[in-house]
Design a protein around this ligand. Structure first.
Ligand code: TPP
Ligand code: MG
Length: 424
């Protein structure tokens, strides 16, 4: 499918130059389970809909993905790897919920349940040197990239054994060894960082002629984030410089309690890509095999030096926005619809029906992962808390600017430090 993306997104007639718009029937991709209908803003009633002409300019890429179905064959080993990674993500997050409610974690904690096919489908194709940039919903991206459950759990417990020595917490997973370049609490904040990482890779390859400078960066972010300016600025820059990056939108249809269909002028995010001269793809984000097919091509495109791709994965979160959210705004019918499309159950069914594995092999994986997660909790619980002297470490590029008193001691070592910093 090497040119599937470009065939769909680039070769369509330009609505600005053709008079025959009506030939290209409006075809909204099915926002599968959403019970919401697009409610036009009152202003738009009197205006011709700009999104209408945009919609008519391209056909749905989900059709292309459907055509791939017959090729969605994986080996047993690949299937088991994908299954194990998704089970790890799910079991880890379920354990986080338990630990959060037992008071072991602090601050906001955003879980990834339901979206596992996106992380697994993309990240399991990466090499160690490739980079991942995430959001505040970042635990599972870090796990898929190879950060250990111990390091992620300890980070959540605020312990020194965490991947950021307990200083980052749930929303700021960072791991140099695995090139996890951060979770980011401000939405959209990670997109320029990912764009910079992709630029670094290109610079190393083309200017410094470094061997191995062929890495790819994946930027993950949500549907709500696509209404932020940084998204557009980075699409422009990445397309202009043909950066080796894939922009992965995890469209779970909601931004906290705001429906994507109410907040976005044209809810089909993938269609924004051709405006920047890059392919845009819409894929069923509840199907790890479909995600993986699209991921393969977009990652390869980036590695071949053909530039960025925008991939919109339609997915759903099975829990509230964060563990502090009672999740009362989403329609129970919508939740039930997506619960039936659980990506883990679907993958299990696929592998068993295709006789790739038997039930007991999958059970063995589930048992192994339960042990990994239990071990992570015990490890995190027993790990030490950071010393007070670590408070300002890694906060300022030059700690002398703030953290060190004129006599050379760390200000945070002052016994009165925690009473407030204004006087120091
Ligand atoms: C710059 C900025 N503005 C506002 C917020 C508050 N905020 C936190 S999460 C969120 C919604 C993001 O939704 P989406 O991008 O769809 O991600 P999801 O939570 O669905 O994964 C907002 C607006 C923020 N974190 N950062
Ligand atoms: Mg969202």
């Amino acid at each position: 499918m090497s040119c599937a993306f470009s065939a769909v997104t680039m070769a369509q007639p330009n609505p600005l130059t053709t008079n025959r718009l009506s030939t290209y029937a409006i075809k909204l991709p099915p926002f599968l389970g959403s019970t919401r209908k697009l409610r036009p803003h009152s202003l738009s009633k009197s205006l011709p809909s700009p999104s209408k002409s945009l919609r008519s300019s391209t056909s749905s890429v989900s059709d292309v993905v459907k055509e791939l179905k017959s090729n969605l064959l994986i080996t047993k080993e690949e299937g088991l790897e994908l299954y194990e990674d998704m089970i790890l993500g799910r079991a880890f997050e379920d354990m986080c919920a338990q630990m959060y409610y037992r008071g072991k974690m602090f601050g906001f904690v955003h879980l990834y349940n339901g979206q596992e096919a996106v992380s697994t489908g993309f990240i399991k194709l990466l090499k160690k040197d490739d980079c991942v940039v995430s959001t505040y919903r970042d635990h599972v991206h870090a796990l898929s990239k190879g950060v250990t459950a111990r390091a992620v759990m300890s980070e959540l417990f605020g312990k020194t054994t965490g991947c950021c020595r307990g200083q980052g917490g749930s929303m700021h997973m960072f791991d140099k060894e695995h090139n996890v370049l951060g979770g980011f609490a401000f939405i959209g904040e990670g997109i320029p960082v990912a764009t910079g990482a992709a630029f670094t890779s290109l610079y190393k390859r083309n200017v410094l002629k470094e061997a191995g400078g062929n890495t790819v960066t994946l930027a993950f972010f949500g549907d709500g984030t696509c209404n932020n300016g940084q998204f557009y600025e980075c699409l422009n820059m990445a397309a202009l410089w043909k950066l080796p990056i894939v922009f992965v939108v995890e469209n779970n249809l909601w931004a906290i309690g705001m429906s994507h269909l109410r907040a976005t002028s044209d809810p089909e995010i993938w269609k924004k890509a051709p405006a920047f001269g890059m392919p845009g793809v819409h894929v069923d984000g509840m199907d790890v095999l479909k995600v993986r097919e699209v991921a393969k091509e977009s990652i390869l495109r980036a590695r071949r030096g053909e530039g960025p791709t925008l991939v919109e994965c339609e997915t759903y979160r099975f829990r509230g926005h964060s563990l502090a959210d009672p999740d009362e705004l989403r329609d129970p019918a919508e939740k039930a619809h997506y619960a039936k499309r659980d990506p883990i159950a679907a993958m299990k069914k696929y592998m068993i029906e295709n006789k790739l594995v038997n039930e007991s092999e999958l059970k063995a994986i589930e048992k192994k992962i339960d042990e990994v997660v239990e071990d992570a909790v015990e490890f995190a619980d027993e790990s030490p808390l950071p010393p007070r002297s670590q408070l300002l470490g890694n906060v300022f590029a030059d700690p002398k600017g703030f953290g060190i008193a004129p006599d050379g001691t760390y200000r945070c070592e002052d016994p009165k430090f925690t009473q407030g910093t204004a006087h120091v």
